[in-house]
Design a protein around this ligand. Structure first.
Ligand SMILES: Cc1ncc(C[n+]2csc(CCOP(=O)(O)OP(=O)(O)O)c2C)c(N)n1
Length: 670
């Protein structure tokens, strides 16, 4: 056995991480000890010697960001936070993976102090980090002034083979190289192992050359257990002005476990009491599980240095505030996610002023008109599109393409929908920007898991999803969303808006920008839609998700529609009126918002006992919950087809006549 006093203090700091991980996984009887143990030296060097952070204030704006993209190694991060002095106690470590603990199976932002993003779906943390590094660059260009550098931090990432195998790593890292995000520093845990075994049989890429081809600075062949080599690599990376860096660290998974290190069994299963005892013996570690020897605790404690660093920044920010008071106030407002006071009034004025917004236009066009006003009022809006700007209409007159120097307010993400969505999550998490990005609605499937992550992380990210139905016409079924509205509505805490005209579109945007606790998807038409007049009560009703657009006294049925189908419902109501059948028309631009209203409001809009017909150019079964067992649904339960939009609406029976027939048969008057 090695006597503790003979072991290098830095090695003991790394071993503390190893034992916290091994003991916590053992206690929980579940978790992943291998990666934390293999990355212990990488973590020790980065967190003790480079990372600029303050455990007392995890929200300090100019802190370095750290992303654990291989989130299954969560115990490494919990160990780091605990040892550095964040509010994460030993008792919480003992509760690893238990209900209501601060130490869930994978790291969750907003749940545990010091976690920057929720990771677990491999590859996305890396893409989030690209968004954070991009935000840093944009905010530095916007706010720094000569002699006043208030934004200047790095974004560090740990990632494994899994992250690099995932396709999103290509999307995000290719973009990072092109945008020259020189302050992004990634450390690759190259242990050659994933769950099924040795990766060489399914992942034989030349990773260094792959990243060189992206325009990254690559430091290959670093011994990931040699603290001096890791330190030298990070130092070198920090000198890079323009190229992001990948440091390839050769490591042994489960390093320290005498019998199990290097094998895939150690990836995701407890080591077992015998192996842990043997590891204590081999590494000269005599502390009890979860106990940290005083010398090690002192060596890890980052509180004094962190407080001093933040105090230094605070002093510099105070000086900046004196020299540039307006900029400083704007920075603080944006960092806190607050909107300018007069902002809502400006948008409401747009609604009250006659303009093209009130004419017969596509809702994607209405979105662009709204964005013109929003962009003028909200400098934090950061637009973009996955190479469909001219179709999504996501750009405005004031849009400036983001350049290598970090200037601009619009990112052309290229054809990278998933990457765009995850990069936007990273930007929202960083703070200071409100990202929105466009693509065709049908490709929201590509982005889907990142939209889900934004919902889980409660991040304000806005997805502009245009060409929202068969109404896009000739591009055919590959491009026509059918199940997508329903599928996006299934994501908890995601708000899906499908507005029917310019006014609903503008209010959907207002809502998306004002909601600070989750993503919004705006489903917008390619084709022009008929506008409707509304009173103040109806305007308020839009924001409640559903409202009576047109009423009829003693109505016998209710037609409920969204988006482009609202005008079909209105025309159906006119047909029925000719036959003496009185129906109410409800526009429901946000189904989940309507469901969140109190029962009195919902009953007032959809009175009990009155038959209901839903109309939406998409799958019908979710509408069963709205229309009830005896109601009728009009929609599309197959894929679309390639033809002009009008022909498709006829072909699929999305017509006023068909909707009127559905109502008649409900009322027994076919
Ligand atoms: C998108 C995604 N797919 C699958 C998984 C399940 N999973 C978790 S870890 C892992 C293997 C990762 O291998 P590696 O990055 O080498 O981690 P290590 O074995 O080194 O811990 C897989 C497939 C996941 N978390 N995310």
């Amino acid at each position: 056995m090695n006597a503790p006093e003979c072991i290098d203090p830095a090695a003991r700091c790394a071993n503390a991480l190893r034992f916290l991980a091994a003991d916590a996984v053992e206690q929980a009887r579940s978790g992943h000890p291998g990666a934390p143990m293999g990355m212990a030296e990488m973590a020790e060097v980065l967190w003790r010697r480079h990372l600029r952070h303050n455990p007392a204030n995890p929200a300090w704006p100019d802190r370095d960001r750290f992303v654990l993209s291989n989130g299954h190694a969560s115990m490494l991060l919990y160990g780091l936070l605990h040892l550095s002095g964040y509010a994460l106690t030993t008792a919480q470590l003992r509760q690893f993976r238990q209900l209501h603990s601060s130490t869930p199976g994978h790291p969750e932002v907003g749940h545990t102090p010091g976690i920057e993003t929720t990771t677990g779906p491999l590859g996305q943390g890396l893409a989030n980090a690209v968004g954070m590094a991009l935000s840093e660059k944009l905010l530095a260009a916007r706010f720094n002034r000569a002699g006043h550098t208030i934004i200047d931090h790095h974004t560090y990432v740990f990632l494994g083979d899994g992250c690099l195998m995932e396709g999103i790593s290509h999307e995000a890292c290719s973009l990072a190289g092109t945008l020259k995000l020189g302050k992004l520093i990634c450390l690759y845990d190259d242990n050659g192992i994933s769950i099924d075994g040795e990766v060489s049989a399914w992942f034989a890429d030349d990773t260094p050359r792959r990243f060189e081809a992206y325009g990254w600075h690559v430091i290959p062949n670093v011994d990931g257990h040699d603290a001096r080599a890791i330190d030298a690599a990070i130092r070198q990376a920090k000198t890079q002005g323009e190229r992001p860096t990948l440091i390839c660290c050769k490591t042994v998974i489960g390093k320290g476990a005498p019998a199990k290190a290097g094998g895939h069994d150690v990836h995701g299963a407890p080591l077992g009491a015998q192996e842990i005892a043997a590891m204590r013996e081999a590494l000269g570690w005599d502390a009890e599980p979860f106990a940290v020897p005083p010398d090690v605790a002192a060596a890890w404690d980052a509180r004094a240095l962190g407080a001093a660093r933040e105090a230094d920044w605070n002093a510099r920010f105070a000086w900046y505030s004196t020299a540039h008071p307006e900029l400083a106030a704007e920075f603080l407002r944006r960092d806190q996610g607050k909107l300018p006071e007069a902002f809502e009034a400006g948008l409401m004025a747009l609604l009250e002023t006659p303009s093209a917004l009130h004419g017969k236009i596509a809702t994607r066009k209405a979105s662009q008109l709204t964005l013109e006003a929003l962009t003028a009022a909200l400098p934090e809006l950061l637009g973009g599109s996955a190479d469909l700007t001219g179709s999504n209409l996501t750009d405005v007159k004031a849009s400036v393409w983001v350049n290598h120097a970090g200037q601009g307010n619009y990112v052309s993400y290229g054809v990278r929908e998933f990457g765009m969505a995850a990069v936007m999550n990273g930007m929202a998490l960083h703070g200071g920007l409100i990202p929105y990005g466009g693509t065709f609605m049908v490709f929201s499937d590509y982005s889907r898991n990142a939209i889900r992550m934004a919902a889980l992380m409660r991040q304000r990210v806005i997805h502009v999803l245009t060409h929202d139905s068969i109404g896009l016409g000739e591009d055919g079924p590959t491009h026509q969303p059918v199940e997508h509205a329903a599928s996006l509505r299934l994501i908890p805490n995601n708000q899906v808006w499908r507005p029917c005209d310019g006014v609903e579109t503008a209010l959907a945007w207002l809502d998306a920008v004002q909601r600070g606790d989750g993503p919004s998807c705006l489903l917008l038409s390619r084709q022009a839609l008929t506008p409707f007049a509304r009173d103040a009560g109806q305007l308020a009703g839009i924001r409640r998700g559903g409202y009576v657009l047109q009423d009829a006294e003693a109505h016998q049925a209710v037609l409920i529609a969204t988006g482009s189908e609202v005008e079909i419902a209105m025309r159906a109501a006119a047909h029925l009126a000719e036959d003496g059948i009185r129906v109410r028309v409800v526009s429901m631009p946000c189904v989940e918002r309507f469901h969140a209203q109190d029962a009195a409001y919902r009953d007032a809009v959809l009175p009990a006992g009155v038959p209901r017909v839903s109309v939406e150019a998409g799958v019908t079964w979710p509408w069963r919950a709205v229309v009830g067992e005896r109601g009728a649904t009009v929609g599309i339960d197959t894929f679309g087809a390639s033809a002009p939009a009008d022909a498709l609406y006829q072909h699929f029976g999305l017509t006023p006549a068909r909707v009127a027939d559905a109502a008649r048969s409900l009322l027994g008057r076919p």
